[in-house]
Each structure stands twice: as structure tokens, then as C-alpha cells.
Ligand binder design. Structure first.
Ligand SMILES: C[S@@+](CC[C@H](N)C(=O)[O-])C[C@H]1O[C@@H](n2cnc3c(N)ncnc32)[C@H](O)[C@@H]1O
Length: 331
């Protein structure tokens, strides 16, 4: 059961320049002009954060105790054995609501001094994560960080700071939406020799129809409402554009397949955005989302390409979720 503590009246947050409103507004405009909106644009507002949490609860295999959660729990058990009293500084990169890091901290209770640091591009999600992580028994909270993992990698060590024990960096739910090289670079910026990385991937289970089943996890009301928040905020009224969800032909480096979502204007649209005007044309769709699926071998290759030693790779019973545990070499 989750232990909740009274929420403090304020939290001390580190905010990186990569999430300055001007940078975010310029990125949104540029994405619409160039036909590809950055994943992070779907998590920024309190409404987007709430809508994403609803989807994660409804559809994420990782939150199913009979499936994805087992892979995370297996890695948590290995971590608890390995730390054996040294404690750890758990750093959740792209932690969202912090549910997976909370589960990790609960599994590590009694393993020595624990510190937890939430890192995400979304301030509302960081605030929810802080609530969760702060409730873990025997855990001190590090200063949470709001930043873009890709743009702020070099500043992560200074922003995250020092805490007792080895660092355990989690990179959960990030590989689907971010290029693997960039996501891993943010983790590598924090890993010192002997530190640990837990990284997950949404997998494409073997067998006919598996991609269709994955597409169905995206082509549904809650996901459309989540993506629709950005469309509405851009000033596109209902009926002026459609959102199409389907297979993406270019899944990205190291991925086996990907699901995409595209905004398809029904007519010419002139948008007045904070960062300037944009014209969208029918027949020129804008990609709103790319969600990549990997194979266990692909996840292993990503870990090894980063120069890390793979300690374990746990796959959930349905084959939909993979979690790798890796160590930074000591010499
Ligand atoms: C699919 S959610 C996964 C959240 C959580 N780790 C989990 O597994 O449930 C992706 C998370 O990454 C964050 N995110 C997306 N792009 C990011 C970026 N460029 N930098 C930092 N965080 C990012 C989002 O705000 C969101 O919390």
C-alpha cells in the first residue's frame, strides 16, 4: 500500500533553460512547420499530464501486476540483492508520475540510505512524482529537476547533485518516444563507474497480429483525447482536422516497429501560435507522435552500444515489456 505524507507547502525545483516557455513555444511552431512534433510537447500542461496518466493506468502493460510489473519487480529484486546495505541514489529520468521508481524504492527499503530524484520535462508530472517518492519509507528526496533530457544532458550531474551510495538511474518509458542514442546519453552523463542503469522498452511480441494489438493501445478515446489537447491548444477547432493512428514506416534506430499518430488537416489552416503563424495544408500531415517498439535483442544492443555491462534482461509474460539492468564498467 502506498504511504502518503502530508504534502509540503512548497518544493524546491531545479528548472533548466531547455524548458523555458519561449523554447517550448518555438519548438511547437517549428514541429508543426516541419511536420513532426516533439514527444515532450504532449506532457507539458497540467491537462496533458492528467490525460497521459489516465492512459498509462488504462493501457500500459507495465502497470499490470500479472504482466509488465513482473519484469520491473524482477529487476528491483536484483537491485536489492546487489546493493546489499549500501543504499542508493535513485534518479528517475523521464519519471512521469514516478510510479515505477516508487515501486523500486519500496523494493529497496532496508538496503541502506535511499535518496530519490525526479527528473522530467513536465513540471506537473514532477510534482506528482515528488508526492509518490516522498512517501517511500526511509527515502530522502533530492531536488527534483525539470529539463529536456536531450538538451540538458551535460548539466544533469550539476542539477541532480550528490547523495550517498551508488547511483541507480532509471530510464523507463523513454525509449518509445526518444531516439535511443539521445536517451542513453542523458543516462550516461550521470553514471560513474559501478553505477547502475535500469532501462525499459516496449517490446513487439512475436506472432501475427501483434502490431495491430499495439496500435489498438493507441487508437482509442483516451489517447485521442491526450493528443487532442495539443491540437486544441494550437487553436485547431473540432472538425477542421483528423488524427490518424497507425504503423510508422520508419521506426527509428534500433527499433523493430513503431506506431505513429498524424494530424491531417481537412482544409487549409492558418494558426496564430505564441511563436508566430503557421499554415497547415490538407495532404501534408503533421506527425504528432512516434512510439517505438523494440525486441529484447534490440534493447540489449542499445545497452551494449552505450558501453554498459548487461546484468539482466527481464521480459514480461506477454512479451510486451522488457527491462534491462546494466552497470557502468569499473575499469
Ligand atoms: C511514456 S512516459 C513514461 C513515464 C514513466 N517513466 C513511466 O514509465 O511510467 C514518458 C515521460 O517522459 C517525459 N519526457 C518526454 N520527452 C522528454 C524529454 N525530452 N526530456 C525529459 N522528459 C521527457 C514525459 O514528460 C513523460 O513523463
Amino acid at each position: 500500500m502506498l504511504r502518503t505524507l502530508p504534502r509540503p507547502p512548497f518544493i524546491d525545483v531545479v528548472v533548466h533553460e531547455s524548458v523555458h516557455p519561449e523554447a517550448l513555444a518555438a519548438e511547437l511552431r517549428e514541429g508543426l512547420v516541419e511536420g513532426e512534433v516533439a514527444t515532450r510537447q504532449h506532457y507539458l500542461s497540467a491537462r496533458q499530464a492528467r490525460l497521459w496518466r489516465e492512459i498509462a493506468l488504462a493501457f500500459s502493460p507495465a502497470r499490470n501486476d500479472e504482466d509488465g510489473a513482473r519484469a520491473y519487480d524482477a529487476v528491483n529484486g536484483l537491485l536489492a540483492d546487489r546493493l546489499a546495505g549500501d543504499g542508493a541514489h535513485v534518479i528517475g529520468l523521464g519519471c512521469g508520475d514516478g510510479a515505477k521508481e516508487r515501486r523500486m524504492l519500496d523494493a529497496l527499503a532496508g538496503s541502506g540510505p535511499l535518496t530519490a530524484t525526479a527528473v522530467d520535462v513536465s513540471l506537473p508530472l514532477v510534482q506528482v512524482a515528488v508526492d509518490r517518492l516522498g512517501g517511500a519509507a526511509g527515502t530522502a528526496l533530492g531536488r527534483p529537476v525539470v529539463c529536456d533530457l536531450g538538451l540538458a544532458a551535460a548539466d544533469l550531474p550539476a542539477m541532480v547533485g550528490e547523495a550517498p551510495g551508488p547511483r541507480v538511474v532509471s530510464l523507463y518509458g523513454i525509449l518509445p518516444g526518444m531516439e535511443a542514442f539521445s536517451a542513453m546519453a542523458s543516462a550516461l552523463a550521470l553514471l560513474r563507474p559501478g553505477d547502475l542503469l535500469a532501462v525499459s522498452a516496449n517490446l513487439l511480441p512475436a506472432g501475427e497480429g501483434s502490431l495491430e494489438a499495439v496500435i489498438a493501445q493507441y487508437d482509442n478515446g483516451p489517447t485521442r483525447r491526450w493528443l487532442g489537447a495539443l491540437v486544441e491548444d494550437a487553436g485547431i477547432e473540432e472538425g477542421l482536422a483528423d488524427v490518424r493512428i497507425g504503423e510508422l514506416s520508419d521506426p527509428g534506430t534500433g527499433a523493430a516497429a513503431a506506431v505513429g499518430a498524424w494530424l491531417e488537416p481537412r482544409e487549409e489552416l492558418e494558426l496564430e501560435l505564441e511563436a508566430g503563424g503557421v499554415r497547415l495544408e490538407p495532404g501534408s500531415p503533421v506527425r504528432l507522435l512516434r512510439s517505438a517498439r523494440h525486441t529484447p535483442e534490440g534493447l540489449e544492443a542499445i545497452v551494449q552500444a552505450a558501453g554498459l555491462e548487461l546484468l539482466a534482461l527481464e521480459v514480461s509474460p506477454t512479451g510486451e515489456e522488457g527491462v534491462a539492468l546494466a552497470a557502468a564498467p569499473t575499469g
